[in-house]
Design a protein around this ligand. Structure first.
Ligand code: AMP
Length: 459
């Protein structure tokens, strides 16, 4: 048997439905924020990531899927989304448009990591990039996107951490302070940190091996090295976050893994029991300077990415009920060939009218079809027989109460309209269709997509 590659997953069954639902919420949310969907190639020239993500990052030194194609070109499967978007921004001269350019992506990424819970070799990220504005409001807006997404989906246990690395000058001063601090004690840190000291000492603070060491804990803090301008900018970001009513904590050890960040960096953690150590749902930051690094004009940038696998894991752990269907509304049953032909057109007609319908395809007898309908969790069964059809009638049975009616075919849509809509979702009265629980009378539900029953009733 051929099995899937290590660290990859097949998306099937209920998980696939959840994933598609999350995708649809993302598309909807991005429309509200006025971000355009953008797709770039899954592989790019290796140089893009080596230059864009940074030679000194773990992602590039250890984790990229690099290979030569049949034309002897060095290509790399994308390990993250920003470099490709920036490459496309430059190549398509998007800087010529009145800015800022606000885009989002949702696609697979590839990193050759040791597979474990929350860490795969193929994984999916949803992310946004805003190019062409240095306004601190953009930083706050970008942070607000995953926060609102998680809220709409009904995820409660999240923690937003922010920090500032400052501008080029502040970052350089901080870098020097770190070199001075780490050099005399570098032998006490891991081999990789020796390398990092030279290439990018900020990355030592991100070290997975030494993360609990006192040396890291007592290291100089970014915020002590911000110049006045960077300090003011960070204050502005925090003010806007307060305006947006986003809870956050300042974590002055947060530096993020990639070379290109400056000013604002942030991460969102899942504080959900049972999540394990890979509990960062997503993160991002400002990358003024990256566009120039990739040969474009001086352009400011800000973005974030969230892993959909970890997000769905968090939703599962919190047992959030997503409004997805794991049932069908109707199962159409038949035995004879004339009934089958009728079934075929009836199924088509019902689907065209918006119902979730299935039928029999394997010549099972009626008894087995009843079983199949149960397996598919059909709410209603339509049982065709030639005698009824001769009178333009059909039998329809509620699969839960077992009540059965014989009705005129012309009446079917009215019948379904009356019987199906009221129990379409089994949502308790005090729960919005997005799974958001709230008290009757509580001011609005956070979810605008699936307005709650309370709002409907004007309570
Ligand atoms: P990063 O691009 O490393 O900042 O990661 C952003 C988010 O992508 C993380 O918080 C995770 O949710 C997700 N992510 C990153 N690497 C992996 C991986 N190897 N497997 C699964 N998800 C990942």
């Amino acid at each position: 048997m051929i099995t899937k590659p290590k660290g990859c997953h097949d998306l099937i069954g209920l998980e696939a439905k959840k994933w598609r639902y999350v995708d649809s919420v993302i598309d909807n949310l991005m429309e509200k924020y006025n971000y355009n969907y953008m797709r770039t190639p899954v592989f790019e020239s290796s140089e893009l990531f080596h230059r864009g993500v940074g030679e000194g990052t773990d992602i590039v030194t250890k984790e990229t899927y690099d290979f030569k194609d049949r034309g002897d070109r060095n290509v790399t499967l994308r390990p993250e989304g920003t470099a490709g978007i920036v490459r496309s921004y430059i190549e398509n001269k998007m800087y010529g448009e009145p800015g800022p350019v606000k885009v989002y992506y949702n696609g697979t990424m590839y990193r050759y990591e040791r597979p474990q819970s929350g860490r795969d070799r193929e994984f999916t990220q949803f992310g946004v990039e805003v190019l062409g504005s240095n306004d601190p409001l953009v930083d706050a807006e970008v942070i607000s996107i995953p926060v609102l997404l998680y809220k709409i989906l009904g995820l409660k246990g999240i923690k937003v951490k922010i920090n500032s690395l400052g501008d080029k000058e502040s970052r350089e001063n901080y870098r020097e302070a770190l070199v001075k601090y780490f050099t005399p004690q570098i032998d006490k840190l891991c081999e990789d940190c020796h390398d990092r000291l030279e290439k990018n000492p900020l990355r030592i603070l991100d070290c997975k091996v030494d993360k609990d060491s006192d040396i890291l804990k007592n290291a100089p803090k970014t915020l002590d090295f911000l110049n006045e301008e960077s300090k003011e900018r960070f204050e502005k970001v925090k003010e806007y976050l307060d305006e947006l009513e986003i809870d956050y904590e300042v974590d002055d050890r947060l530096v993020r893994g990639l070379d290109y960040y400056n000013h604002t960096v942030f991460e969102i953690e899942a504080s959900v029991e049972g999540f394990g150590s890979n509990n960062v749902l997503g993160g991002g930051g400002r990358y003024n300077g990256l566009v120039e690094t990739l040969d474009g004009p001086a352009t400011c940038g800000m973005g974030f990415a969230t892993g959909l696998g970890r997000l769905i894991q968090a939703l599962n752990l919190e047992e959030v009920q997503l409004p997805i269907h794991d049932d069908i509304e109707l199962f159409v049953m038949y035995v004879s060939e004339t009934e089958k032909k009728y079934a075929a057109s009836l199924v088509q007609y019902l689907r065209a009218n918006g119902y979730r319908v299935d039928t029999e395809y394997t010549e099972r007898g009626l008894k087995a079809q009843f079983k199949q309908a149960d397996r598919l969790k059909a709410k209603y069964l339509i049982i065709l027989n030639d005698e009824d059809l001769a009178k333009d009638e059909i039998k329809i049975k509620n699969n839960k109460t077992k009540e059965e009616d014989t009705i005129g075919v012309d009446y079917l849509l009215y019948y379904l309209d009356e019987h199906l809509t009221e129990d379409d979702y089994d949502i308790p009265e005090d729960e919005c269709q997005c799974g958001h629980k709230h008290e009757h009378g509580e001011e609005g539900c956070s979810c605008h997509e699936h307005h709650c029953h309370c709002e409907d009733e004007g309570e």
